[in-house]
Ligand binder design. Structure first.
Ligand SMILES: [Cu+2]
Length: 137
């Protein structure tokens, strides 16, 4: 191994551990809220890279359903992130606010995910989705 590749390897190890540290803090925080104004808001979202807040319909089974909104996220801490709902959400209905990546699609900055697609798909931490569920008031 040359000196240069050793430095590269060391840098990569550092990057990986920094990424792992950032990753463990990923999260979505949101409260039950009135969405009759046509938007839903997350109080805080920590993203490991630029990506998307994706709003899924869900129910008591807590499975992500159809997408009814999205909003761009920057790497790091995002506060007060609002997504415009693409259809009405009635009082009592549940929404899942999920962290998605900006990966695997054809274009950067264009939201290309549809349910089940890999383009701009969900971020997973040790296999788990990064999300929270709220109920429309
Ligand atoms: Cu999702």
């Amino acid at each position: 191994m040359t000196k240069l590749t050793m430095i590269a390897a060391a840098a990569m190890t550092f990057a990986t551990s920094a990424f792992a540290a950032a990753h463990s803090e990923l999260g979505v925080e949101a409260m039950d809220q009135d969405v009759s104004g046509g938007t839903v808001t997350a109080d805080a979202i920590t993203a490991g890279a630029n990506g998307w807040l994706v709003v899924h319909r869900t129910d008591a089974e807590m499975k992500p359903g159809p997408v009814v909104g999205h909003a761009p996220l920057k790497e790091g801490m995002n506060t007060d992130v609002s997504a415009i709902l693409t259809e009405p959400v009635a009082s009592g209905e549940m929404l899942m606010l999920m962290l998605h990546a900006e990966d695997g699609g054809m274009e950067t900055g264009i939201f290309e995910y549809t349910l089940g697609a890999s383009e701009d798909g969900p971020v997973r931490v040790e296999g788990d989705l990064v999300m929270t569920v709220v109920t429309a008031e």
